[in-house]
Design a protein. Structure first.
Length: 285
């Protein structure tokens, strides 16, 4: 028997279609501008598709080796940073999810306070400098190795794991490390994938911390290098539009698209992984 289409279904479809358009169009517009010619961009006729199709902006961005070096730096910082943050968050959160942990409430209160108050930029810089982390990859990882919001999110998910599974594992002779790796982590795949995405996006898009803590130009990640290139091309070459080479608007949009391209590629896979994690985390009776 076919389901009857109601007025609510039509309205809901139109609303979701509008939300889809509002979400996708800005990204599509950025891509269209980055692939359009200088004349078409200056005339303001680029709307739904590229006009005067060319790759001049991307050739200018990737025409130097510093972009490839910055890309490799960002990949290394993101991969190692995400792994370290995930490991520390899991180890830190697991005891807090156990209701019989004596210091559970005091530690929870302390980490909640950090949501509203921080040590400040200058004291943090002095700590990084005093510990010898300045101008190293670890200056971007260790000071922010646990994000409070992600820790609370994962703790709440761990608390949802049935206590009977923990008790059964204890009776079978499993220690806490084995319980964590064999029960909690497999049942929390969806939450771990979500938090890993948060950490990876934060590491990849980080601009302020590298610009403060990294002093060697060859160690800078992609966001800082791209911003420097954009400022150089828009300030030091004001005649670029008149010469017909490339407009700063195309360069700016190409820069933004290059920055978000890795997550555009990997996010569909991660989205499928979330669904898989939800089915793996189901409690079987």
């Amino acid at each position: 028997m076919k389901r009857k289409i109601t007025v609510f279904d039509c309205v809901n479809f139109l609303i979701l279609l509008a939300v889809l358009f509002i979400t996708i169009y800005p990204l599509w517009y950025v891509l269209c501008i980055s692939l359009s010619s200088t004349e078409m961009i200056n005339s303001g006729t680029v709307t739904l598709y590229p006009k005067g199709f060319n790759f001049a902006a991307y050739k200018q961005i990737f025409g130097t080796s510093k972009i490839l070096r910055a890309y490799s730096n960002s990949v290394v910082y993101t991969a190692i940073g995400t792994l370290c943050c995930m490991a520390m968050t899991i180890v830190f959160v697991y005891p807090l999810s156990r209701k019989n942990f004596v210091l559970r409430k005091p530690i929870t209160v302390l980490i909640t306070i950090t949501l509203y108050f921080t040590g400040g930029l200058i004291p943090t810089f002095l700590v990084v400098q005093g510990t010898g982390l300045l101008d190293s990859m670890w200056s971007l990882i260790i000071p922010n190795i646990i994000w409070t919001f992600d820790a609370i999110l994962l703790r709440n998910f761990f608390e949802g794991v049935p206590a009977e599974l923990h008790e059964a594992a204890i009776i079978d002779g499993a220690n806490e490390l084995k319980i964590l790796t064999k029960i909690y982590i497999p049942l929390s795949t969806s939450a771990l994938a979500t938090i890993a995405l948060f950490y990876a996006m934060g590491q990849w898009n980080s601009y302020l911390l590298p610009s403060i803590y990294i002093t060697s130009y060859e160690k800078l990640p992609l966001p800082v290098i791209l911003r420097d290139m954009l400022m150089e091309d828009t300030n030091s070459n004001p005649n670029s539009i008149a010469s017909g080479q490339i407009t700063p608007e195309a360069l700016k949009n190409a820069t933004m698209f290059v920055s978000i391209l890795p997550f555009l590629i990997f996010y569909p896979y991660l989205q499928k992984y979330f669904v898989k994690g939800l089915t793996m985390g189901a409690v079987k009776g």
